[in-house]
Ligand binder design. Structure first.
Ligand SMILES: Nc1ncnc2c1ncn2[C@@H]1O[C@H](COP(=O)(O)OP(=O)(O)OP(=O)(O)O)[C@@H](O)[C@H]1O
Length: 363
């Protein structure tokens, strides 16, 4: 069991007996050069929640997390963390949080065990408790077998796990994780996810920033989407997906654009199919039709019911359908609907050029 940190009287209440780990109201952060990185956000995170903060590069995730962790002072609004005001009680806030920054802070010259011991000393963990705490944390992040190896020999994923262990050394009830899995390969990312789930199950509130929709979907109870310093949506992954509405019908269409008349005007069967989906009688006017790499994608309330009507209409027009699929919206669709941008495309490409795993075992 984690140790409960006594809360000051001012701590908020989530309404179900739980307090609020974070209460933020109208938070603004404008940098000295005039960049308005955070533009008045409101946010409440109940104790014990796994909360996600999702947004593309430069959206304001790190800036927000730094104001919550007292590393930056907000230029407007108010923030209470574990019941303490970040301006008036910064020291108490720091004592009751863990913070895992984007860049790992492990000392590569030290062993895993020495890294955690150093953090334990820095956080004032009583000497009598240190040895047990170090063993417990090494176990928790599956580094017990390599506890006496130098961190410099570890893979990227192992360093991240060690870093996360050091953020937990004083048993904080709230831990901030700033893009903890960026740059890791899928296997290392999965290991870290398991570890985060484990510490959340022990009762620790987690505030995670991420660019990965899949990560937010898999881990988070609730999440907010931040874009250009503003929160543009908040809800559970399921609620957000429901908000997109309806189902998605993906239709794969044969054939490239051809210049049938030889006058330079290419007829693209996908464009023609999209026109039929938009203007035919098959779907309601509010159906959303997009041309994709392979064909078209239709988001509509009754996509499942009317899918076959569309296929017939396409066939009657001489268009060859090579495949189709009806699915529920993903968070990717949510993000696309909110922002008009596909969040994942660039990041996925970056992933393949990733950290190589491991020379040292226990990965
Ligand atoms: N020290 C700084 N001075 C001025 N502008 C800054 C500073 N740090 C960040 N910014 C700007 O503030 C905005 C938000 O940046 P922030 O790092 O919070 O975004 P982010 O969502 O965490 O992105 P990333 O995923 O790239 O870390 C960006 O426009 C960024 O360029």
């Amino acid at each position: 069991m984690r140790e409960r940190t006594p809360r000051p009287d001012g701590g908020g209440d989530a309404g179900d007996g739980r307090g609020n780990a974070i209460e933020a109201s109208g938070v603004e952060l404008t940098y000295a050069d005039g960049t308005e990185a955070v533009k008045g956000i409101d946010l409440t995170v109940p104790e014990g929640e796994f909360f996600g903060f999702l947004g593309p590069n430069g959206a304001g995730k790190t800036t927000t997390i730094k104001t919550f962790a007292t590393l930056l002072s907000p230029t407007g609004g108010s923030i209470t963390v574990n019941g303490y005001d970040v301006r008036d009680d910064a020291r108490r806030v720091r004592e009751t949080i863990g913070y895992m920054a984007q860049e790992t802070s492990v000392d590569e010259e030290l062993t895993a065990r020495e890294n955690i011991r150093f953090a334990a000393r820095a956080y004032g963990v009583p000497k009598s408790e240190r040895a047990d705490r170090i063993d417990e944390l090494l176990d928790l992040v599956d580094l017990a077998d390599v506890g006496d190896k130098r961190a410099g020999e570890f893979s990227g994923g192992m360093k991240k796990r060690l870093d996360a262990a050091t953020a937990l050394v004083h048993s904080p009830p709230l831990v901030f994780l700033d893009e903890p899995t960026t740059g890791l390969d899928p296997k290392a990312r999965n290991r870290l996810w398991e570890y985060f789930e484990r510490i959340n199950e022990r009762g620790t509130t987690l505030f995670l920033t991420t660019q990965y929709l899949e990560e937010a979907d898999q881990l988070c109870d609730r999440l907010s989407v931040i874009l250009d310093g503003d929160i543009v949506a908040t809800g559970s992954p399921t609620e957000l997906k429901r908000r997109v509405g309806g189902e998605i019908l993906d239709v794969e269409i044969e054939g490239e654009a051809v210049d049938a008349t030889g006058d330079g005007s290419a007829a693209d069967p996908r464009e023609r199919a999209a026109e039929i989906a938009r203007t035919g009688d098959v779907f309601d006017a509010d159906a959303d039709v997009a041309v994709t790499d392979d064909g078209i994608s239709v988001t509509a309330e009754r996509a499942r019911q009317h899918g076959t009507d569309l296929l017939v209409a396409l066939r009657d027009d001489g268009i060859t359908v090579t495949g189709f699929n009806i699915r529920s919206p993903t968070l990717d669709d949510v993000f696309l609907a909110i922002t008009g941008e596909d969040l994942d495309s660039e990041d996925r490409a970056a992933d393949s050029a990733d950290v190589t795993e491991p020379e040292v075992t226990a990965e």
